[in-house]
Design a protein around this ligand. Structure first.
Ligand code: ADP
Ligand code: MG
Length: 613
């Protein structure tokens, strides 16, 4: 007489559990609602969010609307008009198909839906709370559908607890709409949050125009179209010139059959196409549309439908990679001579030859074409465009994986040694190699110093000392500059103003989506301040900057890294001497703030053994 301990959960609890998979946060609810509007044939979609979407998400469209009976069905689980049987799963042409979203959203919110079909005399209004329908009535309205979702997760406190700040949730929501709006340029989108218009995108036939509407002119002006087809597939879109790169993959947007998809292989195909032309660890801005027969791709992998499986993933990789590689290679050829060798310095001419190109994965990466070399008169300190060179200066971007340094042909006793670093300034400078490393003859070995890591450590320690001494020194810019902001990030940047100021940026909001920068951390000089600030904004996590002094120090590492990325260039002899002297004065000089080695020593014995001496 065993007592029964298993029972079937009430429908409502089951729905709440299921809802967790589809509706993770306000942005995912919003995405589902807008996808429904797109599937309903809307031409214009208006969105309002309050409190990051947690307070209110309202979506209204001018799509086909629903009839009275459908309205009630729509809130039930597994209710859909988009597929009929399992065979339809093989060729899905709508954004929705699982029949889960509305039910899921309704089960964890207070929902009001008004909808009217073109052939109906009046509309229907339906009100539900926690999935229970509490009222239905007729209403007067134009054709289309309006849905208001209030107090998301009000009845699932566990989920509510996991919501991030309103700023973060708002950013995620706006980014979700940016992606949907990109894939449907022919629809008009408007989004306002906390009463402020954030997106106002009129219908357009052009993806480039849509990019401009969503992300501003700066990015749009740097995007070039690309296209390639093969193997029954087509890859097309817009790719930023190789002069542009970003510390995060936020502007790397991939779509499969007009569906937003984050697929690792697709992203890898894109980033590999840019390999060696933008600094390692940084990302290009790319809008990629992959079109292929619906039978070729399974979108039913994940409840949120952001993952897919390709039947021929190798062919997909190849096509995307080639489409972009051709575009990127063109730009490299067209790029102005970017390499500058100051005559009479220790910098060897080989510094300008392209770095070795890694050959990984399915596709063959073509060697970057030879770049022209320009010699300039002695001592003119001209910056070299790293993006054109693609040397690994960006490698220390915070999200990049630390790469254990492993020189070839080196036996175990070579490598980073933390014990008793020599005074670098006392050593003989052999020169700079690969425009990235300083070679020194040590007492008992050959020392290579990573100039970026070294500079990063030096600037980080300076910034930290300044901060501890009271404030980071600001250098005013001769002419203030404006930086366009991605509208999705305005709230985040606004919230981060105090931290940005504490980091040495003198700035103020300028219009609805721009920043005016008047000064930058003096350590780096004011000149590159605008670029540095946009990098910091791009690198800013979902949370923006928050927290006490300790986290500010964390951000200083990022700042030091981005500031130092920009310093990667051919060094003249006096600059090498100065960098070494500064490094000697610095605590923790053998590692960069992210922990990568600043110096690697090839012991004399090892070298001699390699030569069998
Ligand atoms: P799915 O989109 O997977 O079919 P949903 O739960 O998102 O499932 O929506 C259920 C059904 O409700 C849809 O199949 C559609 O028929 C109807 N529907 C939802 N939103 C709208 C809308 N904005 N306009 C017209 N019909 C809608
Ligand atoms: Mg749907």
């Amino acid at each position: 007489m065993t007592e029964r301990t298993i029972h079937i959960l009430p429908e409502q609890v089951a729905s709440q559990i299921a809802a967790g998979e589809v509706v993770e946060r306000p942005a995912s609810a919003l995405k589902e609602l807008v996808e429904n509007s797109i599937d309903a044939g809307a031409r214009s979609i208006d969105i309002i969010i309050e409190r990051g979407g947690g307070g209110l998400i309202a979506v209204s469209d001018d799509g086909c609307g629903m009839g009275r009976e459908d309205t009630i069905l729509a809130l039930r689980r597994h209710a859909t008009s988009k597929i009929r049987d399992a065979s339809d799963l093989g060729a899905i042409r709508t954004l929705g198909f699982r029949g889960e979203a509305l039910a899921a959203i309704a089960s964890v919110s207070k929902l009001r839906m008004q909808t009217r079909r073109a052939d109906a005399a009046e509309g229907v209004e339906i009100i539900a709370e926690g999935g229970e329908i509490t009222a239905t009535r007729a209403c007067a309205m134009a054709c289309g559908t309006q849905i208001e979702v209030r107090d998301l997760f009000f009845n699932t406190p566990a989920r509510l607890k996991f919501l991030k700040t309103q700023t973060t949730e708002q950013t995620a929501a706006v980014e979700a709409i940016q992606r949907l709006a990109l894939s449907s340029p022919r629809l008009a989108f408007a989004l306002s949050a906390e009463g402020r218009t954030i997106i106002q995108a009129a219908r357009t036939a052009s993806t480039l125009e849509r990019v401009r509407q969503l992300f501003g002119a700066h990015i749009a002006n740097r995007m070039l179209p690309f296209e390639a087809s093969g193997a029954g597939m087509r890859a097309s879109g817009l790719a930023a010139s190789s002069q542009e790169s970003y510390p995060t993959a936020r502007l790397l947007l991939t779509f499969v059959n007009a569906r937003t998809v984050r697929d690792r292989a697709l992203i890898r195909a894109v980033t590999q196409a840019y390999q060696t032309v933008i600094p390692r660890g940084r990302y290009p801005a790319v809008v990629l549309f992959l079109e292929l027969s619906p039978e070729e791709v399974d979108v039913n992998v994940h409840p949120m439908k952001t993952e897919v499986r390709f039947r021929r993933s190798g062919a997909v990789f190849e096509l995307v990679h080639h489409a972009l590689r051709a575009r990127v290679a063109d730009q490299v050829q067209a790029a102005p001579a970017a390499v500058v060798i100051a005559a009479g310095t220790t910098a060897p001419a080989q510094a300008a030859s392209p770095p070795p190109v890694a050959d990984r994965g399915a596709a063959t990466v073509r060697e970057a074409p030879e770049r022209p070399l320009r010699l300039v008169p002695n001592g003119v300190p001209v910056r070299m465009s790293q993006s054109a060179l693609g040397l690994g200066f960006g490698r220390s971007a915070p999200e990049a994986q630390p790469q254990p340094a492993q020189p070839q042909y080196v036996s175990d006793n070579a490598g980073p040694r933390s014990a008793a670093a020599p005074r670098y300034a006392d050593l003989r400078v052999l020169g700079q190699i690969f425009t990235g490393f300083i070679a020194l003859e040590g007492d008992d070995g050959l020392i290579l110093i990573d100039q970026h890591a070294a500079h990063e450590r030096v600037t980080f320690e300076k910034l930290r000392a300044e901060l501890r001494g009271g404030a980071i020194r600001v250098q005013a810019m001769l002419t203030p500059a404006t930086i366009e902001l991605n509208p999705a990030r305005v709230a985040q940047v606004t919230a981060a103003m105090p931290e940005l100021r504490a980091m040495g940026f003198e700035l103020e909001l300028f219009g609805p989506a721009a920043i005016l920068i008047k000064g930058a951390p003096a350590v780096f000089g004011a000149e590159g301040g605008a670029q540095l600030l946009s990098d910091m904004i791009d690198a800013m996590g979902e949370q923006g900057f928050r927290g006490g002094r300790e986290t500010l120090e964390e951000h200083l590492k990022t700042l030091a890294c981005h500031g130092s990325v920009r310093s990667g260039r051919v060094l003249r002899a006096p600059e090498i001497t100065e960098l070494l002297a500064e490094l000697d004065r610095t605590e923790f000089k053998t590692n960069c703030p992210h922990g990568r080695p600043v110096h690697i020593e090839f012991r004399r014995g090892t070298i001699e053994r390699m030569f069998r001496r």
